[in-house]
Design a protein around this ligand. Structure first.
Ligand code: SAH
Ligand code: SF4
Ligand code: F3S
Length: 434
């Protein structure tokens, strides 16, 4: 059996893809890079916005045609699988099995049943111990940074969000397990890890999230720790202090704001005001100047007035985000925000999104220009130079760096090198070896 996994969505889903890949490899299946070469295709899906769901259905359509030409097993996993469950078989009868986000370990059984000819095989059960997935099973992609789950699920209840439905309530891995996994990864050559959860800073696996960062940072040989995602209400002074002072914690923070209007934040049930958010940023003190900050925005939330949106534009400047990810509100099935009147024309939502993104591009350029002339450590993230002759690297601040090494020079994948920044654009930094 040859298999191929297509993954959409966040880092958590990405890492689930690595876990699924490990389960199939343990069965003796062989991973292949292209759908065309596979006997089994897994669509590891995301349903955060309608667009993500469209991509899945369009790929399912393509696979239906492929299935008419040759034998092929198609399985759907990830958030759309958990959300739609048996309804997926109605919509796309050529799906052989559906596996929910909490039932990952059932994959070999489902594949076996589907191979034996059973139709509509499904497990979307809530396995309360799925966060204890054995870490050695994951088959990681060839990346310089290793993903490490610390928390599954989310206990917040943002009115627009499908994640509490698709991922369930919070479950935390014991810190000893997390530290042991990181130690093992470093032994295998990784120098950087990213701690993952829908809400990492509500971590409660025997210590606080700030303490977990300190414990993980004690792993010898580890160079950088990243984490995603944080909720502003769980961003403590203790966490700010660790971020500001622990040299192994990369100088980067992703802290989703969503809106700069208190009225909209209330309707979103985000549990904070703009002032609360800015107060928490203030916990970083002087370190804010060297820590890069990114955020998420939802534009055109039901009832968003021009004044509400102006509030968002104002905070954008006030917080001077180094980067942001912004999306037009997308109604999700079963979420409370569906009940809110949503009568703003799409053209107006798009116009606001464009305005926000234009201003963000300017802010990101300003952030990047501050790096000009500096010498900073960057990690090599490709195995060779691109066609243009530079290597792709990443700084601690999460800046993409195009690094020129000089003709014929080989740079070691996954290692830190010193780069002198010579060029700044809104999307990347240009650099030479220092
Ligand atoms: N757990 C993370 C967010 C996960 S989803 C957190 O709370 O920060 C990533 C981002 O997608 C969110 O921050 C939000 O900006 C966006 N998003 C989530 N649901 C959305 C929806 N229904 N429409 C548009 N954007 C959405
Ligand atoms: Fe969704 Fe809110 Fe939980 Fe983030 S904190 S996953 S936006 S419910
Ligand atoms: Fe998407 Fe699920 Fe992640 S909805 S963003 S894959 S948690």
């Amino acid at each position: 059996m040859k298999f191929h996994i297509e993954t959409w969505g966040c880092q958590m889903n990405d890492h689930d893809g690595e876990k699924l890949s490990g389960l199939l490899s343990a069965e003796g299946f062989e991973a292949v890079d292209a759908t065309e070469d596979a006997d089994l295709v897994l669509l590891n899906t995301c349903s955060i916005r309608e667009k993500a769901v469209h991509k899945v259905y369009s790929e399912l359509g393509r696979l239906r045609e492929e299935k008419q030409r040759r034998p092929l097993l198609v399985g759907v996993t990830g958030c759309l699988a958990q959300q739609e469950q048996a309804a997926l078989f109605k919509r796309a009868p050529h799906i052989d099995f559906v596996l929910g986000t909490m039932a990952l370990r059932q994959l070999p059984r489902l594949v076996a049943e589907a191979r034996a000819g059973k139709a509509c095989v499904m497990d979307t059960g809530e396995y309360p111990d799925n966060h204890l997935f054995p870490p050695s099973v994951a088959r990681r992609r060839d990346t310089a940074k290793a993903l490490v789950t610390i928390t599954e699920g989310c206990n917040h209840a943002c009115t627009y969000c499908i994640v509490p439905t698709t991922r369930g309530a919070e479950r935390h891995r014991p810190f000893v397990d997390v530290v042991a996994e990181v130690r093992g990864l470093v032994e295998r050559g990784y120098r950087e890890v990213e701690l993952l959860g829908q809400n990492v800073n509500s971590y409660a696996g025997g210590c606080t999230f700030a303490e977990l960062l300190e414990r993980v940072s004690e792993v010898e040989g580890l160079e950088w720790i990243r984490f995603t995602t944080s909720h502003p209400m769980n961003f403590t002074k203790e966490l700010a202090r660790v971020l500001a002072t622990n040299p192994k914690v990369a100088p980067f923070l992703h802290l989703p704001l969503q809106s700069g209007s208190d009225r909209i934040l209330r309707r979103m049930l985000r549990e904070y005001t703009v002032a609360d958010y800015l107060e928490r940023l203030g916990y970083l003190g002087e370190a804010r100047a060297r820590i890069c900050l990114s955020t998420d925005f939802i534009v055109g939330f039901p009832g968003e007035t021009e004044e509400d949106f102006e509030g968002t534009m104002k905070v954008l400047d006030e917080a001077a985000f180094d980067a942001s990810f912004s999306f037009i509100y997308s109604p999700r099935p079963g979420t409370p925000s569906l009940r809110l009147k949503d009568d703003l024309p799409m053209a107006q939502k798009s116009e606001r999104l464009a305005r926000l993104q234009k201003r963000q591009t300017e802010l990101t350029l300003a952030s990047n220009l501050r790096f000009l002339g500096r010498e900073i450590p960057v990690r090599i993230e490709t195995h060779g130079p691109t066609e243009q002759g530079w290597w792709l690297a990443r700084s601690g601040e999460w800046k993409t760096v195009h690094l020129a090494a000089g003709p014929g020079r080989e740079l070691p994948f996954g290692e830190l090198v010193k780069a002198r920044i010579t060029q700044a654009s809104p999307h990347f930094l240009g650099a030479e070896l220092a």
